[in-house]
Design a protein around this ligand. Structure first.
Ligand code: ZN
Length: 854
């Protein structure tokens, strides 16, 4: 039965005699099907419409649109609490801010707030859109919380911040694909494209880097508006094991997490597991796969803000289609303390997932309401302990000096700390600290602040404590990456101080790059090309008709010596473009009247024509490549399997760029029968032949990470693969090479004489994850290499590091007698949009591919 809007208005007008139950519409009455019914999904429009109806009908519900998503959909936050709480929402938010920072809290106010303040719980659904049950469950959870008159007392002591989807675009991407394939041989398959327009599944690895608008909206709610005590992130995992993972998490525990917080996570997990067991639900597993080491997820970043970060992972069905599992097809853990009641097997449906998730969500809301004073009190104590640790332990403060090599990266780094709720201050006057002099304008981050764990874990170098499956056996892979040190990845200088900075410090709420300028007069502008802003400026200048020459050797001009790799830009409108860019993006250049000729110099006279390969495997690295190129202002054309197979690439493109993807995935694509035929089969032999013809006719192929092995193995690019990192995701059999580096930062040395090294220092940090180790062939030119004489690990973990030492990290392999060339990356230059320090190697490689000798 459908309830019309006018009926709801009428019911609202007669509030006194009417019971709440009669007023609030059930999800079924709006959707036309029961939540979680086989093969039925509500799309984002229907989910939004339901919450709008609910908010219109109930004084306990408020719906806010936090902004628009990447594709323009509304991003929703639903607040559910007692109507008196909702009426004093601003007051509650202000109180949460004070609770989050105990330095602002009077002892008397603390006692009063512990008694009166409701607990605040944020529940985030379906950030991974194929894990779609929670987005559906959210409607029934909200209805249950507000429709049952027995819940009035419950909602007095808890505010539920419900995010029906942390990636609304993906709900429609998956729902649309599911509806198109439902009842066909491809029923229940995953879409052949990313379910977040840029970053796909990595949308839950963006919570400190904040590259996407969806991440930024929720980050504002968490660390600027609401400061919840609990953040519950609801996921699904593979379908043939345990039915649900519930905390406690697996080891190791990151040393920056307070033990009191870890205990609180375990306590909430136990309450959830107890509720599941009481309801007769089986197959609940603890301490599998998901660890407390990794930073960057929607439950792990809150845990570095004194918030109880909870993750559950339910077994998946086939999107919304039921799955049947025979008991002997199940891969479930042994019955034991961490797996008390194995699941007997049988049918597993979307509604089963909804039921498990409703049970854990309601258990959390009830527990937080009942124990609200304890949640509030612990939140305050955790903040106080963090402040105290910052006062008594090292380091005492971080300093970010101004005028760095990449001002854009410096400002971006400071701004994402501020967005993450970190207190950043700016020195009004020069000061000395740690034996160094710092100018006015230096940014100071005192560590005696409540969100100390977040900033400390981003700045310091990780030392992942490896664990083995058995003594002497290979290391167990971590859940995600092992190292992420952001100043290394971004190429930003951050100093650690042993004592607090005494001096004039102003609070800062945003940081901009110090404006740069082009000095001097003349027809040629020289750029050192040290920042990513310069790459953007070069592309803008090319679009305005400029030419760009790359200095093949050091030279003198304008009264100074310029290194090899310096860029010389010529063109009538170039100066104006560069003046504007230098101011906005924070770099300097020098104009000179003329230059001595550079014999054999490479010159780019048009915007490089870039083909960016997109497979139908929904490859996240492709999305990140796209995102980084767009952010830097580098145009590209997406090419799919059929477009590559059609050939004639050399006529249309200077550069073909292959994002990191395994050779088998590029070659064979999706298995025939797993998706409609146009999305299966990969590049195949025809595609490989077309790429080889492109190289033979003088094209430049840039292969990132795993795609380098494809270039060598399938295209005959000179070089070889020495070994590859073992993949994560469970214990692996011993690998003869014993090499493993599952997401680590390494040091690498650069040949600054190569044009692709333009603007780089002689040493850089590179990000390594699931990447082949390369060997150069005779005639190849090594541009970047791992050092031979020392362990290159800077942050994270490596096993069997000798397999890496001395190997190329980036090389140029000439093809067809040097007519064409491949640039092979043995690392990830644009990893998750975080590695600003090496973006330039990618843009330089593109520039190099379009350059000709004049
Ligand atoms: Zn997930």
């Amino acid at each position: 039965m459908r309830t019309s809007r006018s009926v709801i208005r009428f019911l609202l007008l007669c509030t006194l005699p009417c019971s709440l139950v009669a007023q609030v519409p059930t999800p079924e009455s709006v959707l036309g099907h029961r939540v979680g019914a086989d093969s039925m999904l509500a799309d984002w429009g229907q989910i939004g419409a339901y919450f709008a109806r609910l908010a219109a009908a109930s004084p306990r519900v408020r719906v806010d649109t936090l902004g628009v998503t990447t594709q323009g959909r509304p991003y929703l936050l639903v607040t559910i609490t007692d109507s008196t709480n909702l009426a004093r929402r601003a007051e509650l938010m202000a109180a949460q801010r004070r609770l989050a920072d105990p330095r602002t809290l009077e002892p008397a106010a603390e006692g009063a707030l512990e008694a009166s303040q409701p607990a605040v719980v944020l529940i985030s659904c379906s950030i991974h859109s194929t894990e779609i049950a929670a987005s559906q469950m959210a409607m029934e959870l909200a209805w249950r919380l507000v429709a049952d008159s027995g819940e009035a007392a419950l909602l007095r002591h808890v505010v539920v911040l419900l995010v029906p989807s942390a990636n609304p675009d993906g709900i429609d991407i998956v729902t649309d694909w599911y509806r198109r394939t439902r009842g066909t041989p491809y029923d229940g398959s995953s879409p052949p494209w990313l379910f977040h327009p840029y970053v796909g599944h990595d949308d839950n690895r963006d919570w400190y880097m904040l590259t996407q608008p969806e991440t930024r909206y929720l980050t504002r709610v968490l660390y600027h508006d609401w400061f919840p005590e609990v953040v519950y992130d609801i996921h699904q995992m593979g379908g043939n094991g345990a039915r649900m993972f519930v905390p406690p998490f697996a080891d190791p525990v990151n040393p920056n997490l307070d033990g009191m917080l870890v205990a609180a996570i375990n306590e909430v997990g136990a309450v959830m597991a107890g509720a599941l067991a009481d309801s007769g639900y089986t197959g609940v597993a603890h301490q599998i796969d998901f660890d407390l080491w990794w930073h960057g997820g929607n439950r792990s970043v809150p845990s570095r803000h004194n918030m109880i970060g909870i993750l559950t992972e339910a077994a998946s069905a086939r999107i919304a289609s039921p799955a049947r599992l025979a008991p002997d097809a199940l891969r479930q853990p042994e019955r034991g303390v961490n797996y008390p009641s194995p699941w007997p097997g049988g049918w597993w449906r979307l509604r089963d997932i909804v039921d498990y998730e409703l049970t854990t969500s309601e258990a959390l809301v009830r527990f937080a309401s009942r124990e609200h004073a304890a949640f509030v009190s612990r939140f305050v104590r955790l903040g106080r302990r963090a402040v105290e640790a910052g006062r008594t332990q090292q380091p005492a403060a971080y300093v970010i000096p101004p005028a760095q090599r990449d001002e854009g990266a410096r400002a971006q780094f400071a701004n994402l700390l501020i967005a993450g709720g970190v207190e950043v201050r700016r020195a009004r006057t020069p000061f000395a600290a740690g034996g160094r002099e710092y100018p006015a304008g230096s940014l100071v981050i005192p560590l005696a602040q409540p969100f100390r764990a977040h900033v400390k874990d981003l700045v310091e170098r990780q030392a992942y404590p490896a664990r083995s499956a058995y003594p002497g056996g290979p290391a167990l892979p971590p859940y995600d990456v092992t190292g992420w040190t952001l100043p290394l990845q971004m190429g930003v200088t951050v100093d650690s101080l042993g004592a607090p900075v005494a001096g004039d410090l102003d609070p800062v709420d945003s940081v901009v790059a110090t404006p740069g300028r082009i000095s001097g007069a003349g027809a040629v502008v020289l750029l050192a090309n040290r920042s990513n802003g310069e790459a953007t400026a070069v592309w803008r200048a090319l679009a305005a008709g400029a030419s760009v020459a790359i200095a093949p050797a050091p030279f003198e001009a304008g009264g100074r010596t310029w290194p090899a790799g310096t860029l010389a830009l010529r063109g009538r409108s170039a100066r104006a473009v560069l003046d504007t860019a230098a101011r906005a993006l924070g770099f300097d250049g020098v104009a000179v009247p003329r230059l001595a000729a550079w014999p054999g110099a490479l010159t780019v006279t048009h915007q490089p024509r870039v083909a960016l390969y997109r497979s139908w495997n929904a490859n996240m690295d492709e999305g990140w490549t796209r995102w980084v190129l767009e952010r830097l202002g580098v145009p590209y054309t997406t090419v799919t399997d059929s477009m590559v197979r059609a050939g004639d690439l050399a006529q249309r493109f200077d550069v073909v760029l292959l994002p990191s993807e395994s050779p088998a995935a590029i070659r064979d694509g999706r298995r025939p029968g797993s998706a409609p035929p146009r999305y299966t089969g990969g590049l195949g032999k025809e595609g490989a032949a077309a790429l080889r013809a492109f190289l033979d006719s003088g094209g430049t192929l840039i292969a990132l990470g795993e795609a380098s092995a494809y270039a060598i193995g399938d295209l005959g690019v000179p070089g070889s693969v020495a070994g590859a990192a073992r993949r994560g995701g469970g214990a692996q059999p011993a690998d003869p090479s014993r090499f493993s580096a599952p997401g680590s930062v390494f040091e690498a040395e650069i040949d600054r004489g190569h044009p692709v090294a333009s603007g780089m220092d002689s040493v850089t940090a590179v990000y390594f994850i699931q990447t082949p180790i390369l060997n150069a062939a005779p005639g190849d030119r090594v541009i970047v290499a791992y050092p031979r004489d020392r362990n290159p690990l800077l942050s994270g973990y490596v096993e069997g590091v000798e397999a890496l030492e001395g190997h190329p990290a980036l090389l140029e392999a000439p093809v067809a007698g040097g007519r064409g060339r491949a640039i092979l990356f043995g690392f990830r230059p644009q990893h998750r949009g975080q590695t600003n320090a090496t973006f330039k190697l990618l843009t330089n490689a593109i520039l190099y591919g379009a350059a000709r000798t004049h």
